[in-house]
Design a protein around this ligand. Sequence first.
Ligand code: H79
Length: 460
Amino acid sequence: DKIALQYGAHRIGNRTDAAMQRWRDYGLGQFIHWGIYAIPGGQWEGKTYNGAAEWIRSWSEKDSPANWRNTYDNLYKQFNPTNFDAKQWAQQAKDMGAKYVIFTTKHHDGFCLWPSKYTNYTIKNTPYKKDIVKEVVDAYDAQGIDVYLYFSIIDWNHPGYRSGTPKTEKDIAAYEDFKKFTRNQLIELLKNYPTAKGLWFDGSWDAAWIKQTKWTDDLEKELRALRPGLIIGSRFRADEKGNRHFDANGDLMGDYEQGWERKLPSSIEVVKGNDWDCVMTIPPNQWGYNANWATSYIKTPYDLVGMLMQAVSMNGNFVINFGPDGKGAIRPEEANIAKKLGEWMKVNAEAVYGTEYSGLPKPDYGYYTKKGNKLYLTVFNRPMNGIVRVAIPRSYKQRPAKAHSLADQQTLKLVTTNMGMDKDQNMYYDITVPFAPSSDMPFVIIMDLNGASRDNGSNY
Ligand code: H79
C-alpha cells in the first residue's frame, strides 16, 4: 500500500507527450562542462589536483582557504576564450551524431556563463563580455540539436548559499535570500533562452535544499508552467520524507531518472520501465577541462560505442561529456573521439535513434536494439565461427524472416537451428557473418521480424 504524499511523484509512469517522445528517441547526447575552472585545468602553481578539475576551488581551500578563495573567485577577470567558436562545437556535435546537448550555465563555483541580472559574477564582467549561453543555444539550435541547460543548486559564490540545514536566524535569512536568487535565475534562463527544451539540475543533495520540499515543488510547477513541455529529471527536489529521485513509495519524481552518472544499469529490470539517461566522462572522473590526461585510463571510441549500445538497449540515452579548455578549444583527444564516433554513427545510427529494448535476453556478443519489425544486433565480440546466434523465447510475439548487414546491405544466411527447447523455452536462429569486419569497431546486423509468431509449442 502507498503512503499519502503531498510532494512525491505527481505522475506514475513515463510521460507520453511529443516532447518526451522526442527525448526518448535521442539515443546519443553531448554534455559540455565549461567555466572558469577550465583556466587552471586541474593544475595550480605547479601542483596537480587529484579530483575532478571542476572542483579545484573546493579542494584547494584545504591548502590555503582564504588565499585560494580570493584567487579562484577572481579568475573570471582573465576569462577570455579567444578560441571559442560555438558554431564549430555544434558542427562537431552534429557530426558525432548527438541529438541533444546539456550545457553548464552555472557550475558549483557559481560563475554564470550568461549575463545574469542577479549577480555580478558573470560572463558580462569578463574580458570576453558576450553571452556564451546564447552563442551555444543559437549554434546548436541551428544544427537541430536540442539544448538542455545544466544548473547547479550548489553555488559557492553566493553569500546566502548553505549546504547544511541553516539553523541560526542569520543563516535562515541568508538561505531565504539564496532561494529567491535561485528562483530568479531559473526564470531568467527560461525567459532568455526560449528554445531550451529542459533543465538539468545538479547539486540538489544538499541537506539545506532537501528540506525545501514545498518550495521546490512549487518552483518546479512554476517553471513547467512557464515552458510547456519542459523536461526536468529526477535530480531537482526531494519529497517530504527527504527521498530523492524516487519518493517514499518508490515512484520516480520528475520526467526521467537522472541518477545514472558515470555508471550504467546492469540489466533492464534495474530501470523499472522508467525513462533514464546516463552521463559519462571520457576519463574516469573529469568533467571540466583537465590538462593532464596522461595518468588515467581514457575511454576509447570502442568503449563509448559499447556504453552507448548498452544504454540504448535498455531504453536509456547516452551522453558523453566534453570539457573545452580555458581558451574555448575542444582538446584534440576529444575531437578525435567525436570524429570516430561520428564515423560509426554515420553507418550505424539506425540501430540507435528511436530504438528501444528488444524484450530478448542479452546476447554475449553485444546488444540488441529494436524498432518496429527490425531487430538490430550490434556485434562487439564476433564469434570465432562466424555465427551469430539469436535466442528468442517462445512467448515472443515476432519471428525472424531474414537478416542483412547494415554497413553494406548484404543479405546474410539465416537458419533456424533444430536444437529443441531449452530450459528458457528459447528458439534459436543462426546468422552467418561471412565477412571479416573491415574495422575493429562493432558492426550491426538487421533482422526483419516479419515472420509470424508460432506459439503452438512446435519448435519448427
Ligand atoms: O558536474 C559534474 C560533477 O562536477 C558533479 N556532477 C557532474 C555532472 C558532481 N558533483 N559532485 N559529484 C558529482 C559527486 C558527488 C558525490 C557526493 Fe554525494 C555528493 C558524495 C556526497 C555528496 C550524492 C550525495 C552522492 C552521494 C550523496
